[in-house]
Design a protein around this ligand. Sequence first.
Ligand SMILES: Nc1ncnc2c1ncn2[C@@H]1O[C@H](COP(=O)(O)OP(=O)(O)OP(=O)(O)O)[C@@H](O)[C@H]1O
Length: 181
Amino acid sequence: MDKGNIILLNGVSSSGKSTLSKELTKILPNYYHLSIDDFDIVIERMEDRENDRLIPVPTEYFFHRTIAMFSDKGVNLIVDQILHDSFTTEDCYKTLKDYPVLFVGVQCPIEELERREMQRGDRRIGQGKQQLEYVHKSEVYDIVVDTYKDSLEHCAKNIAQLIQTQELPQKWAVNCFVPEI
Ligand SMILES: Nc1ncnc2c1ncn2[C@@H]1O[C@H](COP(=O)(O)OP(=O)(O)OP(=O)(O)O)[C@@H](O)[C@H]1O
């Protein structure tokens, strides 16, 4: 059985990953959206944070392996997350390096990130800007989209076009942004 394709959207908070993922599922009906946010909700329910009863494993550990399991079963996924530190980045690459990944950088100017943060009300103002100290510094993407400069439809169409017109290599041909692997 062929592995399912993985469209991996990486961008800071409020860059528009979830919104873009939903748009992509409209154009690519044989793809399913899996978000790190869903995992955060599950883990939060399992933990008893008031009494400091916590799961001592980063959420991303479970997230990356779940992505691999879906792909192993031939399911195509659109996943959105933030490769925000070296653990997350290394774990993502190590877990998915033998999988067909289309790596997408989701960009948005800082002023617009802050406008969205204010509008949302459930994110700290400046969160996205702070994450930019790590995110998009060394990744080599297959495609980069800007959710401010371009319309949602345009960003989604460009990504969909890539995945529909080229066969993804069965191994993630990332230009190793994790040098020690
Ligand atoms: N292209 C866009 N133009 C204008 N507003 C947008 C656009 N994309 C997303 N937004 C708005 O920005 C906010 C954040 O969007 P979204 O949840 O998609 O971001 P995210 O990158 O998934 O964030 P997080 O990582 O915090 O979950 C939402 O209020 C959404 O409506």
